[in-house]
Design a protein around this ligand. Structure first.
Ligand SMILES: [Zn+2]
Length: 604
């Protein structure tokens, strides 16, 4: 299937076009009785999208909601970008429209159907965003499309109009012969990213599925054949590991910008991934690891789904204790898939594990915030203070490690007859395929106990719901490994800076008594320049190159907007890091257990 079909381009001015649509073609342009959206892309220079929603006849009073969040677990109030909203009946006569709150509108007199129009500014880059510019459009539809509150589960259609010359459309949504994209309901619609522009596409078939690879980037920055070869290995490894392929067609959408890049976003039938162009030129590893992660999400979180994320509440936070599993264990699976695909070797995997353990152990909050609490608190991640090491841990980080030690525990408890793979397959069969959602950590425990026939209460209460120190060596012994702590003297800049997604780098903590503090650096300052270079993604590496005694020159902007240049000498501190090592003597039994573990398979 190829959705590159060209669209009849309309050259009429918007007002004329809207009038014609309202007067004559409102009921014929779209499927009868479905909510029909038209998204006008004519104002790409201004990043303005004109949206028209045709509501079929129904209740006289209707409410329309624009989501406050989607994709990221973060309230982003998309309504801040809505310039204006108008409503009229199907004959073009204005109907009463009334704003109920920042993101909800009510219309009256809509019994014969209604036409709602609004204009929205769309310029947030990245796989979680919506952006229209003269280069392309990438749309997270939840960010731009209101839904009728009484018809969120009704079928709907979307038509794109006045698409700039030469642009094509790529989306997992179904395309009708009439040129409309359709979805069974609003949730399905907004789980479908849309790329419109001049991208390159390369498709392949693997393990019975059809795969579309869409790349919107500078042709010199990537090698499509290499990407496709890696993707083929990843999807084959994941499908065989899960022994399941719950789709016919799956779409990968990639962007490789120079500069900041946002990572990946999972969907049920697709993923959108953004990676820095320089990074993927050096190695395809960042691409394969994010891709394996997002691809595995098609099971874990999209289909093996916690009850607490359903139904999605677009008006406020959906609180869940399960992100340690839905995100973290997806990262565990990402490593296994890469090992099975031949894209990650044992040494690199153990190095990575050491880094994950180091990250968790260095955060004082690992003794005060559980993996479940970190999941609940995901909605606070936009705040600099929250990200401080004494305040929070990452559910990705601890969750990935929990996935690994859960795997080892399941192997022990089942005497080698089961592994994390069986737990995930059990959840796929007993929750996903039966249309059930799982009861957060309890649901994971139910699955792990079903495949081991053992009581795992203590594991879940200590390490998932609790904050007990993880006895790494006890978990690693059966595979002949141990964790070694190594103390190093490290350069210390005297402050911690963090970035919220694609936002600026801000100072989250200043070490008391440090030269950084004496120079006047304050929490909340925005780092504008570091060593004369604009602060960005590369600033971390810039800092890592400095040694004790080197001079750091930083331009910062205070909360009040005052810029100043600060200089101080890099200090030093003792830092413990952890490495995963062989035991002094590794038995044949431990070796055999390790081989099965690394492959992600039960030993017996
Ligand atoms: Zn993820």
């Amino acid at each position: 299937m190829n959705l590159h079909s060209g669209y009849a381009r309309r050259t009429l001015r918007l007002a004329l076009w809207a009038a014609i649509l309202a007067a004559s073609s409102a009921s014929t342009a779209h499927s009868q009785a479905a909510v029909a959206y038209t998204i006008d892309l004519a104002s790409s220079e201004q990043h303005l999208v004109d949206v028209q929603i045709i509501l079929p006849p129904g209740a006289a009073q209707r409410e329309l909601q624009l989501p406050v969040w989607n994709a990221l677990y973060q309230v982003r109030d998309f309504a801040q970008y809505v310039n204006w909203v108008h409503a009229k009946d199907r004959s073009g006569k204005p109907v009463f429209l009334h704003e109920l709150n920042t993101s909800r509108w009510k219309i009256e007199g809509a019994q014969g159907g209604a036409i709602v129009e609004y204009q929205i500014y769309v310029d947030s880059p990245g796989p979680f965003g919506a952006q229209l510019n003269p280069h392309h459009a990438f749309l997270n539809l939840a960010q731009i499309l209101m839904y009728p509150v009484d018809a969120r589960s009704a079928p709907l259609s979307v038509r794109f109009s006045r698409i700039p010359e030469g642009w094509h459309i790529a989306t997992p949504l179904a395309l009708t012969p009439g040129g409309e994209f359709t979805a069974a309901n609003y949730d399905r619609l907004v789980d479908s990213p849309v790329e419109i522009g001049n991208f390159e596409e390369s498709d392949f078939d693997e393990s019975g599925g059809h795969f579309r690879v869409i790349v919107d980037a500078e042709p010199a920055d990537y090698d499509m054949a290499k990407i496709v070869a890696a993707l083929q290995k990843i999807v084959a490894a994941a499908i065989s590991w899960m022994n399941d392929r719950p789709f016919d067609t799956y779409t990968f959408i990639y962007h490789f910008p120079h500069g900041q890049a946002g990572g990946g976003m999972e969907h049920a039938f697709s993923t959108a991934i953004e990676l820095n162009a320089e990074a993927i030129k050096q190695s395809l590893y960042p691409l394969t690891s994010v891709t394996a992660h997002e691809f595995f999400h098609l099971w874990n979180v999209k289909r093996i789904r916690p009850q607490t994320l359903e139904p999605v509440d677009y008006t406020r936070e959906n609180y869940t204790r399960a992100l340690w599993f839905s995100e973290g264990v997806t990262s565990t699976a990402e490593e296994t898939i890469q090992i099975r695909a031949g894209l990650l070797d044992e040494k690199r995997y153990f190095d990575g594990l050491g880094q994950e353990i180091t990250e968790l152990e260095r955060r004082p909050a690992h003794l005060t915030q559980s993996a479940e609490e970190s999941s609940l608190d995901a909605w606070l991640e936009g705040n600099g203070y929250y990200r401080r090491p004494e305040r929070s841990i990452s559910y990705y980080n601890k969750g990935e490690l929990l996935g690994m030690i859960l795997d080892l525990s399941v192997r022990e408890a089942s005497h080698g007859h089961a592994s994390l793979r069986e737990v995930l397959q059990w959840m796929n069969e007993n929750y996903a395929k039966k249309g059930r959602f799982f009861n957060d950590s309890e649901g994971v425990r139910e699955a792990a106990e079903a495949v081991t026939h053992a009581d795992l209460t203590s594991f879940f209460s200590k390490y998932v719901a609790g904050t007990e120190e993880i006895p790494w060596d006890d978990f690693f012994r059966p595979v002949g490994l141990r964790v070694q702590a190594i103390t190093n003297t490290m350069p210390d800049a005297g402050f911690i800076a963090s970035r919220n997604f694609d936002g600026p780098m801000s100072v989250a903590a200043v070490t008391p008594g440090s030269d950084a503090e004496h120079s006047g650096l304050q929490v909340g300052d925005t780092v504008v320049e570091l060593q004369g270079k604009t602060a960005g993604q590369e600033s971390r590496q810039e800092l890592d190159r400095l040694k004790p005694g080197d001079t750091l020159i930083v331009k910062v902007r205070s909360r009040r907007g005052v810029e100043r240049e600060l200089k101080w000498k890099i200090g030093s501190r003792q830092e413990i890091s952890y490495e995963v090592k062989d035991l002094d003597e590794v038995t044949a039994g431990q070796r055999a257990c390790r081989v099965a573990w690394l492959k992600g398979e039960a030993q017996k």
